[in-house]
Design a binder for this molecule. Structure first.
Ligand code: HAM
Length: 431
């Protein structure tokens, strides 16, 4: 018996969940808001496949990262090729830039959103299928583009009413990092036997990754390690100064966090994260940075780039649900089949202003109950008499303003929309 034969058919895979009810509205509102912000900064949408060759991520994110080493959903397809459910969007965006020969017409500014997959330990704000909204700006090398990308995140979060605290760092250019690495190796070698197994291996393969370790045995040693800041080249330091100048000009508050190396290998120069308090725990809701070497690393020309991704699930947790604008629900009920066509026409005519449902199963009492469950404010009842008089019966299902739950009115069909606006929207809410 395979493992999956033991599970119930109604169970989701661990770390994956359905979005239903208000969660879907919140998700939609967040994506719509971020899309508007991205368009206003000159980005346009790109859609890449959810499944890519495993080598894309191994090469793109770095063999020694936790994502590649421990968290990828990889499997052999029927042709025996190793494929992976995308754990993030940057590597795919770079591949798409090269695949579609977009490297000749720069800059290229993309946004994307959708599910990503990491075999992480599920907990609040950490899922195995999660959603990102990402942007990638290819072909712009100046610090102003880093500032613009960070400003986009700042604007997105504030439009969503989410308080995010910005942390920034510079991990320098390649030459600064090479010098720094040799100092790191000297330092960590002194504590080699006290380091975790992963960190001992990384001492040989990628010492910078040790700084990202969450192992308790490593943390105390990391605290005393030399800072990359002290090894920044003149150019890298000047670049970082200009990023800070730009943030100051835009009055975007930030703190410098020298340990912010990020969990993926492709970064250089600027790295940043926005953290929000979720259940009194600071969690990264946006992460990003510059990655000037990646396009070339993936087989394209040398093209500078900078980008970020919002963790949409975490933004959802920090989002105030009361912000979702409610559209009034109206229920249209026909008494017998003979009134069906009139009901259908009336319902369609009202859909510009209202969300309209036409419950059709069972008697009027049952359908009134269904209308209540669906949150309808008013039921419009159409019988033989109403059709003859070109009128409808309106029964309020909720008290609104001066009107009470259960109040009934006879209204001419021609005046219905105006009447519903009046009775379903309290007077103080009419603009
Ligand atoms: P990342 O920091 O790995 O960066 O992910 C970005 C955001 O995705 C995180 O800050 C977090 O909010 C969310 N996230 C990551 N893993 C999970 C998870 N298991 N469950 C829920 N949310 C999660 C990237 O992915 C880069 N591609 C960002 C980037 C774009 N850098 C340059 N361009």
């Amino acid at each position: 018996m395979t493992k999956d034969e033991n599970t119930s058919l109604a169970q989701t895979v661990r770390g994956m969940r359905d979005l239903v009810g208000v969660d879907v509205s919140v998700y939609g509102e967040i994506i719509n808001t971020l899309m508007r912000v991205a368009y206003s900064h000159g980005y346009s949408q790109i859609e890449t496949p959810i499944l890519e060759f495993t080598s894309l991520f191994v090469r793109g994110l770095g063999e020694d990262t936790d994502v590649v080493g421990k968290e990828m959903f990889s499997f052999l397809d029927r042709a025996g090729q190793s494929v992976t459910l995308r754990p993030e969007g940057t590597a795919s965006a770079v591949r798409a830039l090269i695949t579609n020969k977009l490297t000749q017409t720069l800059p290229q500014k993309f946004f994307y959103y959708g599910p990503m997959f990491r075999y992480d330990r599920p907990q609040k704000g950490r899922y195995r299928q999660f959603f990102q909204f990402g942007i990638e700006d290819f072909g712009e090398s100046g610090p102003l583009s880093d500032v613009d990308v960070i400003a986009l995140a700042h604007e997105g979060l504030s439009k969503l009413g989410v308080q995010g605290e910005l942390f920034i760092n510079s991990i320098g250019d390649k030459s600064s990092r090479e010098i720094y690495k040799s100092h790191l190796v000297d330092y960590f070698s002194k504590y080699k036997n006290d380091l975790s197994e992963d960190s001992q291996r990384r001492l040989l393969t990628n010492p910078l990754r040790i700084l990202d370790s969450k192992e308790l045995s490593d943390i105390a040693i990391i605290e005393g390690s030399p800072s990359l800041f002290d090894f920044l080249s003149k150019d890298a330091a000047a670049f970082f100064d200009k990023v800070q100048d730009g943030l100051n000009v835009l009055s975007i508050p930030y703190s410098i966090d020298r340990t912010l190396v990020r969990g993926l290998d492709y970064y250089d120069h600027t790295t940043f994260e926005f953290k929000a308090n979720i259940d009194s725990q600071p969690l990264a809701v946006v992460g990003g940075g510059r990655y000037n070497g990646l396009v070339e690393e993936m087989g394209g020309p040398s093209i500078p780039a900078v980008g970020l991704a919002f963790g949409v699930d975490r933004v959802m947790l920090a989002y105030d649900r009361a912000r979702i604008p409610a559209k009034t629900v109206i229920s249209v009920l026909f008494v017998t089949e003979k009134e069906e066509v009139v009901a259908l026409k009336l319902a369609n005519a009202l859909r510009d202003k209202f969300n309209v449902i036409i419950p059709s199963d069972g008697g009027i009492a049952k359908r009134l109950k269904q209308s209540n469950t669906a949150g309808a404010t008013c039921a419009i009842i159409i019988g033989e008499d109403e059709v003859r008089l070109s009128a409808v019966k309106c029964k309020l299902l909720k008290a609104v303003g001066e009107y009470s739950d259960g109040d009934e009115f006879s209204v001419e069909q021609a005046n219905l929309e105006e009447f519903l606006m009046r009775v379903t929207v309290p007077k103080d809410k009419i603009l």
